[in-house]
Design a protein around this ligand. Structure first.
Ligand code: GTP
Ligand code: MG
Length: 483
């Protein structure tokens, strides 16, 4: 279903984060934004709001509208000489269509006090606006054609980006890089489809509107481009969302010590008593542009202690939900066990084995032990000592290499960062392969057209040409109110 048009309602919301701040902004958007704001602000210049030039800040008194003046923030006594006065601030009028929503937008900049902002918002509502829903300003920008859907999603990514690289990716998507590529591919398919359908309509006249070879070339090239985009999706997701790395292993091997060392912070309790950690301890750190959430867990062992049992259950759950497991081993324990009796981890998909406490081993002994471990388990091994810091840099590199290929440059080509885009591309890939097979087998053009339409529609979903209300609802509900 395609969605178009805009709402008649004028909406308002506090656009700045909750809490105290130097300034706070209330944003109003819609057909009646100026009328609503006129009830709430009085320009010091006495000019009517409507006559203001667009995109200029003007000093104003910010007032309570009559309908909300029964409020409790300022009693009638305190407001005697300046009745209904709340604050003084700045007002900016952004005339449609040159605004974020492409509608008339007024922003009222007051002091960043939650009560004041709340009162201004209430005054706007009393003057006829309604409180905006989560993401409604951005949704209007999309519905009014200011942004495509991938750009609207990039607005949220820009707000939420925690690392340099995720911010860079969000900004590139906001500039429309992904949309341009997807639109180009979609246009090629729609062109092909038009020719194919013309051929079907005029089948009796024996005119070939598009040759088989030409069709094969276009389909193959489009498929290649779609697959190229898909190849970036995993790295894109990892850079946008960050990764969850769980530190697991038996008690006392140095898991909490490792967490503290990687965070460079004394976050978890470390003792030489096995079973020290019970709860999961979680903390994020940004390293080389990648946001890594590290999770320290309770050491795995058989135990009758029910608190520890619960801790171990949570550890196992954390392992299942992780993107990567660092399985820590005590180098001394391992070295002292008989060769045949050495125990190795049996859980976690492809864990990275961290051979800890190598400061307590003879340096010449470490490479042999690591090689033996590698041979027995087939897993990657990183020998470290939390005590001396040896191997920690190599461990960081191994974590990154697990997710991002070493030659990766965030400035290389267009990247796919959203699961929604990835699944749409996968559907497009499937339909393109089907249509290629149909053309190769010289199946009736009607069948080819169905798959071509499917591929074009899947691409259209990314930019929002084809989108259901349900999808829009889901996307914009992730936003905060005021964006
Ligand atoms: N020599 C040496 N001791 C270490 C090293 N890493 C940790 N330890 C010591 O090993 C002991 C256990 O460390 P923890 O970090 O509490 O171990 P854990 O795996 O979290 O233990 P649990 O929470 O009980 O599962 C402490 O006495 C640490 O000081 C290391 O690299 N070298
Ligand atoms: Mg611990």
């Amino acid at each position: 279903m395609s969605v178009a048009g805009t709402s008649e309602d004028t909406i308002c919301a506090i656009a700045t984060p909750a809490g105290e701040g130097g300034i706070g902004i209330v944003r109003i958007s819609g057909l009646h934004a100026v009328d609503v704001a006129s009830h709430v602000v009085r320009l010091r210049s006495k000019q009517p709001l409507r006559t203001l030039p667009s995109h200029q800040l003007h000093l104003a008194d910010i007032l309570l509208s009559r309908a909300s003046s029964s409020g409790t923030l300022f009693s009638s006594k305190t407001c005697h000489s300046t009745e209904g006065l709340v604050d003084e601030g700045l007002v900016v009028y952004m005339k449609a269509p040159r605004s974020f929503t492409a509608e008339d937008v007024i922003e009222i900049h007051c002091h960043g006090n939650g009560l004041v902002l709340q009162r201004v918002c209430e005054a706007c509502i009393a003057a006829g606006a309604r409180l905006a829903q989560a993401g409604e300003f951005t949704k209007r920008a999309f519905l009014n054609g200011r942004l495509d859907l991938s750009q609207a999603e990039a607005v949220l990514d820009t707000i939420k980006a925690k690392s340099e690289q995720s911010l860079k990716l969000a900004q590139r998507q906001l500039r429309g890089e992904l949309a341009q590529t997807v639109n180009r591919l979609r246009t090629n398919l729609v062109g092909l489809l038009a020719h194919l359908e013309a051929g079907i309509d005029f089948a009796d006249e024996d005119i070939a509107f598009v040759g088989r070879d030409e069709m094969l070339i276009t389909l193959q090239e489009t498929l290649k481009d779609v697959q190229q985009l898909l190849a970036t999706a995993e790295t894109g997701r990892v850079l946008r969302e960050g990764v969850r790395v769980v530190i697991a292993g038996e008690p006392n091997v140095g898991k909490s010590s490792l967490l503290n060392a990687l965070l460079r912070e004394n976050r978890a309790i470390v003792t030489d008593i096995p079973g020290t950690t019970r709860d999961l301890i979680e903390e994020s750190v940004i390293r080389n542009g990648l946001r890594v959430t590290l999770v320290d867990t309770a050491g795995m062992r058989e135990t009758a202690d029910i608190v520890e049992q619960e801790g171990i259950r949570r550890s196992q759950e954390a392992v299942v939900q992780s993107d990567m497991v660092l399985y820590v081993l005590d180098g001394v324990q391992l070295a002292s066990a008989d060769r045949g009796k050495r125990r190795f981890p049996s859980f976690g998909a492809n864990p990275l084995l961290v051979l800890n406490k190598i400061d307590l081993l003879h340096p010449e002994f470490v490479p042999g032990l690591a090689a033996e471990l590698q041979e027995c388990t087939g897993c990657r091994i990183v020998p470290i000592s939390v005590q001396t810091g040896a191997g920690l840099e190599a461990l960081w590199q191994a974590i990154r290499a697990n997710f991002v290929r070493p030659s990766f440059e965030p400035d290389d080509g267009v990247m796919v960062t959203h699961v929604r885009h990835r699944t749409a591309l996968e559907r497009a890939e499937f339909s393109l392969k089907e249509s290629l097979t149909s053309v190769q087998r010289e199946v009736e053009p009607e069948c080819v057209a169905v798959d071509l339409r499917g591929a074009a529609d899947s691409l259209g979903e990314i930019v929002g040409v084809i989108t259901s209300d349900e999808v829009l609802e889901r996307i914009f509900s992730e936003f905060c109110v005021g964006k």
